[in-house]
Design a protein around this ligand. Structure first.
Ligand SMILES: [Fe+2]
Ligand SMILES: [Fe+2]
Length: 185
């Protein structure tokens, strides 16, 4: 599913801005999953909740992997190339991505079953709650490190051409046209 990039959002010609905007979506969709899990013992899923959970699961399944690929395939290698001292931070962030992937697979499998049947057993619900809470904790620290350390470092050491190359790859991944900064109004 192609994610619609809103007018007010940074475009691919602002790679770090767009990555931070993706973080806001990650936080929002995770919040939806955690809130649904918190409500689940009170009642079966409503149509509205079912749709909200479906949208969140779909985001993490289909769109969020682009963000991970932006970082792992383009931003991180470019950063480490310019600033080898960033390697340790990057390695730790990449292992977070692996851990998050495992948790997402668990949340997705249980969540899809939840949408299908409208309710979960107590033990499945407990597993869903635990995995989504762990994701929230993992992302809170992960995003903090990216936004306060790694992205600012990259913005400092990468030149315009390197940033544009990263942005072009982001646009390609999302199937949208790349608008160079000089052409953006
Ligand atoms: Fe990341
Ligand atoms: Fe990120």
């Amino acid at each position: 599913m192609a994610i619609q990039i809103g007018q007010s959002e940074p475009g691919c010609n602002d790679p770090m801005g767009l990555l931070a905007a993706c973080h806001r979506r990650v936080e929002r969709f995770l919040k939806t999953l955690c809130a649904a899990a918190a409500q689940a013992s009170v009642h079966d899923l409503t149509t509205e909740e079912r749709e909200a959970i479906g949208r969140s699961l779909r985001y993490f399944r289909e769109a969020a992997p682009n963000h991970t690929a932006d970082e792992e395939q383009d931003l991180f290698p470019a950063l480490v190339n310019r600033d080898p001292a960033a390697a340790a931070a990057v390695e730790s962030l990449e292992s977070d991505h692996v851990r998050a992937g495992e948790l997402h697979r668990r949340v997705d499998a249980i969540g899809e079953e939840w949408i299908r049947s409208g309710r979960l057993s107590e033990s499945e619900l407990a597993k869903f709650r635990e995995a989504s809470t762990q994701l929230e904790q993992l992302y809170a620290e992960h995003i903090r490190i990216e936004e306060t350390d790694v992205f600012p470092r990259a913005a400092q050491v990468l030149n315009e051409a390197e940033l544009e190359a990263i942005g072009r790859r982001m646009a390609e991944r999302r199937g949208v046209a790349f608008l160079p900064k000089s052409m953006a109004s």
